[in-house]
Write a protein that binds this ligand. Structure first.
Ligand code: UD1
Length: 420
């Protein structure tokens, strides 16, 4: 099993190009099921999760070609199965996003209940409730969701009981081929949803209100192929900005503008970072200073992303002062606390959703274990700061979401090696 060996204590300095967004690419690839294609997707990150989605689509009968440089071409003209098997869905929750498109185009789908990062219960009730509102009959059987519709799905008003990114995306895709109008109220507003909606519009879908809490979709009879380029990964970008801040360094990221990073930049500035930006770049300079402790509370977009919580905790671990970190999106998303404490952090869990981080001057190397994707990146941030050589085990979690992380970190001057 691969591990990352990181000798800490060097500030990150340099330039980096941000990769395409994992959380957008996965849904856009799934959306290719809605049309006979071809759907050509550019700026797809080279990541384990993307490979799993491509494998899943391939096993449904989608003809997939991967080109050099992040291009993926998908033809879903000859689908021979509408069953997404447990073996593929269990490793990645986003696989569940094939349910809406399969059902909408073929009137049936059988998709295993999802797995993915072990961060809380993560049910799919909102996905299913919405599909039922669109006229689907749904049964749960042997760990699978079996969904059917008599003819086309029918557009309907849907009110989401909670804000869910995946739920909004599954229903958005399903509604594009439904008969009539669907409104999704209390929809998630994440930029990745806007990216998916824009791709669907390029395929001929009629969608308005994406990026707000009310999305209106007028179903069409069929969608066509398109060329679409995936948006930049704001979580990857935020992670490198935090790593630079924690190490007292200076980085300039290209391929992303500041608007996708508003909440993250606001917290980094509060920690004492100097942040400058242009239309497609963001730079952070910590001028060698130790960060000041900043409180963090995760929120649906435009609030601070839950996917940034662990990395901010790592920065707060070595910051000046005490900070309070509240996780409001997922239960059980503090698995990194114990590992950060092994590196010498002083983090107290005061409840299941709140941690108090008492900043220490320095961390010291220790063997640590990655537990989920973003928790793992917080260990990398901490290891970059820690004195000595830290080995982060089980980095397959990191490979799910960070393209060539060791190369990118090395380009910024870090002493990082992948070992087996
Ligand atoms: C997506 C992102 C993930 C991010 C999360 C929140 C992808 C591949 N993953 O995950 O990185 O952390 O958004 O921004 O894009 N919930 C229900 N019922 C449902 C659906 C969700 O109760 O039917 C709950 C979940 O358990 C969780 C909360 O809603 O507590 C938010 O989950 P959701 O927004 O759906 O996250 P994902 O789409 O799985």
């Amino acid at each position: 099993m691969d591990r990352l060996q990181i000798r800490g204590g060097r500030p990150l300095n340099g330039r980096l190009k941000v990769s395409g967004a994992k959380n957008s690419a996965l849904k856009i690839l799934a959306a290719a099921l809605l049309s006979e294609g071809p759907v050509r997707v550019g700026n797809t990150p080279h990541l384990h999760d993307v490979t799993i989605m491509i494998e899943l689509l391939g096993c449904l009968g989608v003809d997939v070609t991967v080109n050099d440089g992040g291009g993926v071409e998908l033809h879903a003209a000859a689908i021979h199965s509408t069953r997404a098997p447990y073996e593929l869905v269990k490793t990645m929750r986003a696989s569940f996003l094939v349910l809406g498109p399969l059902l909408a185009r073929f009137g049936q789908a059988e998709v295993s209940l999802p797995g993915g990062c072990a961060i809380g219960a993560r049910p799919v009730d909102q996905h299913l409730k919405g599909l039922q509102a669109l006229g689907a009959q749904i049964e749960l059987d042997g760990g699978y969701v079996r969904a059917k519709s008599n003819g086309r799905l029918r557009g309907a008003p849907i009110h989401m009981d909670i804000v869910t990114v995946g739920g909004t995306e599954n229903l958005l895709m399903a509604a594009t081929l439904a008969e009539g109008r669907t409104t999704i109220d209390n929809a998630a507003q994440e930029p990745e949803i806007v990216d998916l909606a824009n791709c669907l519009i390029a395929m001929g879908a009629r969608i308005e209100g994406h990026g707000t809490s009310r999305i209106v979709i007028d179903g069409v009879e069929q969608l066509s192929g398109c060329d679409y380029s995936v948006m930049p990964d704001r979580i990857e970008a935020g992670t490198y900005l935090i790593a630079a801040a924690a190490t007292g360094g200076s980085v300039r990221l290209s391929g992303i503008g500041p608007e996708l990073l508003d909440a993250t930049i606001e917290r980094l500035e509060a920690a004492g970072a100097k942040v400058t930006s242009g239309t497609d770049w963001v730079a952070l300079d910590m001028q060698g200073r130790r960060p000041k402790a900043v409180d963090i509370e995760t929120r649906p977009y435009p609030g601070l992303a839950t996917d940034m919580q662990a990395q901010f905790m790592a920065m707060d671990a070595i910051a000046e002062g005490t900070s309070r970190i509240r996780e409001t999106i997922f239960e059980n998303r503090f698995m990194h606390v114990q590992e950060l404490n092994r590196l010498g952090a002083n983090i107290e869990l005061v409840s299941a959703s709140t941690a108090l981080v008492h900043g220490v001057e320095t961390l010291s190397a220790a063997p640590v274990m990655a537990t989920d994707l973003r928790a793992s990146s917080s260990l990398v941030v901490a290891a970059l700061v820690a004195e000595g050589t830290t080995v982060v085990d089980r980095i397959y979690h990191i490979d799910r979401g960070y393209e060539t992380i060791e190369e990118k970190l090395r380009a910024l001057g870090a002493d990082v090696m992948r070992v087996r």
